[in-house]
Design a protein around this ligand. Sequence first.
Ligand code: FMN
Length: 170
Amino acid sequence: MYKDLRYNELSKEMLEQLEKGAFLTTKVKDKINTMTIAWGGINYVWGKPVFVTYVRYSRDTYEMMENGQEYTINVPLNNNLKKELGFCGTKSGRDYDKINECGFTLLEGRTIKTPVIAECELHFECKIIYKQAMEPGMIPKEIKERYYSNNDYHVIYYGEITDSYLLKGE
Ligand SMILES: Cc1cc2nc3c(=O)[nH]c(=O)nc-3n(C[C@H](O)[C@H](O)[C@H](O)COP(=O)(O)O)c2cc1C
């Protein structure tokens, strides 16, 4: 059952879960992948709500984002799906069909072609409207040393939120 939400309605719950992990799901042709994210959040820019997400170049998801132009953010609430967040945060879509391995059920997106994971409660459908490669010269030295010693920087994606809703069991 769908419960429509305004994009910012469950921001507190979303941010509390995001630091533990949420799923970033992508689709290119017949391939669907999902990876765990903890960085990002909702911005308001150009008169639009956007879900911003940070993806390193090394991720299979990076290739998917470059070729797909859209994504869904799937947030488990109540601290659910810990095992699956661990799996999707350590294994790559290059080596595993993570959706299948986790036994996830996919539901079609309502406004985009990328599906959502039915086992999660809160969902955002997003169309990429901007992206930005991190500028290494702008990153403080201590952060660079801690996070980017291998030069695997993040690309920052801005996905316009085209739909947001809760999925609840019958
Ligand atoms: C809790 C948690 C949060 C993570 N957050 C991010 C993130 O925000 N951005 C990122 O690029 N990788 C993040 N990762 C790592 C990716 O999820 C991981 O490298 C994953 O295997 C990439 O999958 P892919 O190659 O199928 O895209 C996180 C991992 C965990 C466990």
